[in-house]
Unconditional design. Structure first.
Lengths: 172, 435
């Protein structure tokens, strides 16, 4: 049951971030086309794009952290045996958690201090977007701890696990 | 006992490299040292404030959207089979020559580089498309993998290029001019790689046997498949240079254009779109983590005043401007051996760029030289990211063998770097036409 929920969280994380990424591209292209053909600018395309980007990337960092697909230097790791690699992975993931947890906390501080700021055209409250992004960073911290737990038990989630997610669950 | 700021900066660098060696993600290593270092010098509240502001401001910076969008464009292109079409055309036209498949692979790398901004993506894609064909034809696995690793570096030299974008944003240099500057050095690389292939094929024909010959009608029919790639390249760069959209917008337009072409040709379905988006998301997030870390580390370096001192030191070295340039390039080779190219750019450009400008070098030309310098790090041992990527796809060719295969191409890259340094006009001629 818990495993099923965990998988669902991963799929939701992936889909949310991927959809937002596509929306940025569509928003940019639509605005350019409208402008170049003499139409009006899409309201809030600029603020909308960058807010969606923030949300997509923080949620993307959550996935990247869980699957251990951050860019790392493998120089020492390559030369270690299985036990040594596991120990190094546990240490590296602990340090990553030590960075992500206060980051998530401080991003929420930023959300709290955003006040009534809004987007340029439609005056949509920035706090909505910042909160969605902060939630992504919080998920990143949670998934980092989850990865640490799995690593300690001897199972390292990897991109291969991501590929093994059921097709229907991950479809956009 | 108080420690001087210079010593704190030095400890910061040592700590950062130590964390990287422990396999802490590069961005996180820079971020941890940046925040802890800043806290040690300015207090913990200001340090935590950095964490409050920097990550969110980086990920919501619209200028940086160019990175995920160009990566997305490449991901859609890969899923639409454009890389296969490029290789098929190269094989039909060059495959019958000695070393022909190798040249076809290099040409395909160059073509794919024109619709994607990443070196790693180019190497990974061509490993799956070209490497099996070369091995089936009896080519040496090590040499084939080595040439794809080297060919992959074209991804960041030929526009669009993620590294040029980052350099342009950091130094406020015109990115459209940087893109134009990368074209001739990129083409020069293709010519030089062809020469290396011909020399190897002449000396050791057993390593690169001739392939099948194709009729003229077959050759011309492969060109028909290239329309999408050519259209996309023209659409993106034509729009930038024709003043229709900015580089940042071009990335989004290019990504949507590739998606539309893929859909119209029936090459992209829901699964392909989803996979391309998720791939892009993972790569972009990994890159953005490094950007966040580099910004945090940058704030730390600023308060240690290390950056200003390093610039002063470089400018006043008694070796002349070309001596300083040579030292900087040697520094890049050394750093490239242990660091990722993005981290290298983000960490060093704030120090090296002002020094180079004070010495009178051209910012566009220096951008090309820097991109050229970091490409060595991508294929040189012990940390050549392109080599790692190829090895992760083709496990039966060892890292050592791939590194051995890259050596002839690294040698010719050194020659190319010297030529680009000696003749800045190669890089600066095309940008002179950009308004």
């Amino acid at each position: 049951m818990r495993q099923g929920m965990g998988r669902r969280l991963l799929v939701v994380t992936e889909v949310v971030a991927a959809v937002f990424l596509l929306l940025i591209a569509l928003l940019t292209a639509a605005n350019v086309m409208l402008r170049d053909f003499g139409g009006p600018s899409l309201p809030d395309w600029y603020d909308g794009s960058r807010m969606l980007q923030g949300i997509a990337l923080f949620w993307g960092i959550a996935l990247t952290t869980y699957y251990g697909s951050h860019i790392c230097v493998d120089m020492l790791w390559e030369y270690l045996d299985q036990r040594g690699r596991r120990a190094l992975d546990v240490l590296a993931t602990s340090l990553t958690a030590a960075f992500l947890i206060p980051t998530a906390w401080m991003v929420w501080e930023k959300v709290a201090s955003t006040g009534t700021q809004g987007t340029n055209d439609l005056r949509l409250p920035l706090v909505w977007f910042y909160a969605a992004a902060a939630l992504g960073m919080t998920v990143a911290a949670v998934l980092c701890v989850a990865r640490l737990t799995l690593l300690a038990r001897g199972h390292a989630p990897s991109m291969a696990d991501a590929a093994a997610l059921p097709e229907h669950e991950g479809r956009v | 006992m108080s420690i001087s700021r210079e010593m704190v900066a030095l400890l910061g660098f040592v700590g950062m490299f130590a964390l990287m060696a422990l396999r802490v993600p590069i961005g996180v290593s820079m971020g941890i040292v940046g925040v802890v270092g800043f806290g040690a010098l300015s207090g913990w509240k200001p340090a935590l404030n950095l964490l409050s502001n920097v990550p969110l401001s980086v990920v919501t910076d619209y200028n940086l959207s160019v990175i995920p969008m160009f990566i997305l464009m490449g991901a859609f292109a890969t899923r639409s089979g454009m890389s296969k079409e490029l290789f098929a055309a190269g094989r039909a036209w060059l495959g019958h020559l000695r070393g022909g498949l190798a040249m076809a692979s290099i040409a395909a790398c160059g073509g794919f580089a024109a619709i994607n901004g990443s070196s790693v993506a180019t190497a990974a894609t061509m490993t799956q498309v070209a490497l099996p064909e070369m091995r089936r034809a009896g080519y040496s696995g090590a040499l084939s993998a080595g040439l794809i690793a080297a060919g992959g570096t074209l991804g960041i030299m030929i526009p669009p290029s993620v590294i040029f974008v980052l350099y342009g944003i950091m130094t406020e240099t015109d990115i459209s001019k940087l893109f134009a500057a990368g074209v001739l050095p990129g083409l020069l690389a293709i010519v030089f790689y062809f020469i290396v292939v011909q020399i190897i094929a002449w000396r050791r024909p057993d390593l690169m046997p001739r392939g099948d010959s194709h009729s003229w009608s077959e050759r011309f029919s492969t060109l028909r498949g290239l329309w999408a790639t050519i259209l996309l390249f023209a659409f993106v760069l034509g729009g930038i240079y024709g003043g229709l959209y900015t580089v940042t917008e071009a990335a989004g337009v290019g990504a949507v254009g590739t998606l539309v072409i893929g859909l119209l040709r029936g090459r992209l379905g829901p699964r392909g779109i989803k996979d391309a988006l998720v791939d892009t998301l993972r790569v972009s997030s990994a890159i953005m983590t490094i950007v966040i870390g580099a910004y945090l580390f940058g704030y730390f370096l600023t308060i240690t005043q290390f950056t200003q001192q390093a610039v002063e030191f470089l400018v006043h070295l008694p070796v002349g401007k070309y001596g300083v340039l040579a030292l900087v390039l040697v520094g890049y080779f050394i750093l490239g051996a242990v660091m990722d190219e993005l981290a290298m750019i983000l960490l060093t450009v704030p120090i090296v760029f002002p020094a180079m400008m004070q010495l009178g070098f051209d910012p566009i030309w220096f951008g090309v030289i820097i991109v050229m310098a970091v490409t060595f790090g991508m294929i040189c041992p012990p940390v050549g990211i392109n080599v790692f990527v190829i090895n992760s796809i083709v496990r039966d060719i060892s890292l050592t063998d791939i590194y051995r295969g890259t050596m002839p191409f690294i040698a010719i890259d050194v020659v190319r770097l010297v030529i680009l340094c000696a003749f800045p006009a190669i890089s600066l001629w095309l940008p002179s036409f950009v308004q």
